[in-house]
Design a protein around this ligand. Sequence first.
Ligand code: DX5
Ligand code: ZN
Length: 221
Amino acid sequence: MTARIQPSILSADFVNMQRDVEAIASADAVHVDVMDNHFVPNLTFGLEMVTRVQAVSPIPLDVHLMITDVDRWAPGYAELGAFSVTFHAEATAEPVALARRLRAIGARAGLALKPGTELSPYLELLPEFDQLLIMTVEPGFGGQSFMDEMLPKITAARSAIGAGGLDVWLQVDGGITTETIGRAAEAGADTFVAGSSVFGAPDAAEAISALRAAADGNHRH
Ligand code: DX5
Ligand code: ZN
C-alpha cells in the first residue's frame, strides 16, 4: 500500500492559507492542528477558520484537536465536513462516546496519545476508532525532533491492529522528514503528518513525493 502523507498547515502561511492548501493538492489530506493555549501552550485557530479551509481545500481535512473540552467542540469539526476528527485521550473521560458521536455525524474518529501516555489502556477501545495517532513529539509546536523512543509504541500499536484484524489507520505526527519517515513506516505507521518538512521545502509537491517514496521503501506491508 502507499503511505498517506498529510502536510500540517501549522507550518503554512496563515494569511495565505488558500494558496498553501492548493500547493499541497497532491497530498492525501490537510492536517489541521487546532490548539487552544490550554491543552497545549500554543494557540492556532478554531471552527470558523477551519470552516473556511474546508471550503477552499482541494483535499480532505484531517483535524487534530489539541484542546480541552473536546466533548463540547469536536462534533462541530465533523459537522463542518472534516474527513477525520482526532481528539486526545488525555482530554476526555468518555472517548468511546465521543468517537460514536463523530462517526454518527459522518467523520472518521481518531484517538491521539501524547508521548507520555501509555498505549495499553486504549487498545481495547480501538474498534471504536478509525485512526490512532501516536505523537512523535510533545504536542504544541512544529519543527521539533522525531522521538525515536516512540518506535516501540508504534510497533505495539501495529501488532494490536493486526491481531484484531482492525481497519484502523496508524498515524504519526511530529518530526517526520525523509530521514525519519522510513523508521516510522518500518515500525508500522501508514499515515504521516509533516509540517516543517513540507512547507519549509522549496517545493511542497516535491517534498510530498519524496516523503511518500521514503516511506514506501520501508513499509511493513
Ligand atoms: C505538533 C503538531 C504537528 C506539527 C508537526 O503539535 O501536532 O502536526 O505541525 O510539525 P513538524 O512536522 O514540523 O514536526
Ligand atoms: Zn498535529
